[in-house]
Ligand binder design. Structure first.
Ligand SMILES: Cc1cc2nc3c(=O)[nH]c(=O)nc-3n(C[C@H](O)[C@H](O)[C@H](O)COP(=O)(O)O)c2cc1C
Length: 316
């Protein structure tokens, strides 16, 4: 195993990606117990109190990370402070240009990470003193800049920076992990595959939809962000499972859409928005968003995080 993972006393170079509404304290604790580093994720609807609750679900686990989203941190009073006060091993604030939080974390001995979609982003992060760079390929689930597949992004990022680099996006099998490490990654940052873990907060209907989905059943869209009124920067659409909601808003030919068919002034009428909220409340994945990357096609069962880690690291 590589020096970076060893320096963190990990037994396997695997982190679960911070995933809002999915990666709570239970999943993070399970990943850490299995030898990786578990991350709590706080996404578009994060609040300070929500983070405090998730931290309470760590059940005594002391080694964990926290991942936040830049625009949410700037909007939600006390969220960043609560993350800093929790003294995670690793803090990420992703999807923003300002890295003013990095120094505040490091002053407390917290390692910092950001997800980047290109070499420029990696260099900027390194220049700002970020400790760990996460090279995130366009295969990844949830939000991210869909700029290059991981196979094209990873080696150039590794070559461009001296900091440790984690690979993210579409990593779902032991072969994917081996390929990432062979390309120079110090570890892997895995989202979608853990979103279906037994300990994940993902609702049951969404997990079932993930089990039934193939690798071509995702689409990159801004439709949900616009519908919910979330101010995600244009650069960061989300990869989700295709469903009847996304079908109504993406290109007719089914190609991944990054803006294209979406009217910038897109809004839902009141009835449509009510239907969407009801689908979320009812865990109806035919309308509600299910964040998932292309690796969803490799998920065949709902198993504990420890089993996922054993599978991902088989033969390492
Ligand atoms: C269900 C889900 C929720 C996510 N939520 C967040 C989040 O709250 N904050 C964040 O930084 N990244 C989030 N992401 C993105 C991940 O950090 C990461 O980029 C992605 O999961 C990696 O690709 P993969 O899903 O193919 O493993 C989310 C991803 C998924 C699948």
């Amino acid at each position: 195993m590589g020096a970076w993972a060893e320096s963190l006393e990990l037994r396997v170079p695997v982190l679960n990606a911070p995933m809002g509404g999915v990666a709570g304290g239970r999943l993070a604790a399970a990943v850490t117990a299995a030898g990786g580093l578990g991350m709590i994720g706080m996404g578009s609807t994060a609040t300070r109190d929500g983070l405090v609750r998730a931290l309470g679900d760590l059940d005594g686990c002391q080694r964990f990370g926290v991942g936040l989203v830049d625009w949410v941190v700037r909007q939600e009073a006390g969220l960043l402070d609560a993350a800093l006060d929790a003294l995670p091993v690793l803090l990420s604030v992703s999807f923003g240009a300002e890295l003013d939080w990095v120094e505040r974390a490091q002053e407390r001995g917290i390692l910092t990470a950001v997800q980047v979609p290109d070499v420029d982003g990696a260099r900027r992060a390194e220049d700002a003193g970020v400790d760990v760079i996460v090279a995130r390929g366009l295969e990844g689930g949830g939000h991210g800049a869909p700029e290059a597949p991981l196979a094209e992004l990873l080696a150039p990022v590794v070559a461009a920076v001296e900091r440790p680099v984690l690979a993210a996006g579409g990593i779902a099998t032991a072969a994917d992990v081996r390929a990432a490490l062979a390309a120079g990654a110090d570890g892997v940052w895995v989202g979608t595959t853990f979103a279906a873990a037994a300990e994940a907060l993902t609702p049951a209907g969404a997990k079932q939809a993930m089990l039934g989905a193939g690798c071509d059943d995702t689409v990159t869209t801004r439709a949900y962000d616009r519908a919910f009124g979330w101010p995600w920067p244009e650069r960061y659409p989300a990869r989700v499972l295709r469903n009847t909601f996304t079908a109504a808003w993406v290109d007719a030919d089914g190609a991944d859409v990054v803006g294209g068919a979406l009217d910038p002034a897109f809004t839902l009428d009141a009835a449509g928005l009510a239907r969407l909220h009801r689908a979320v409340a009812d865990d109806d994945p035919s309308i509600a968003p299910v964040d998932a990357g292309t690796g969803v096609g490799s998920i065949v069962d709902v198993v504990p995080a420890a089993t996922i880690i054993a599978r991902l690291t088989a033969g390492l």
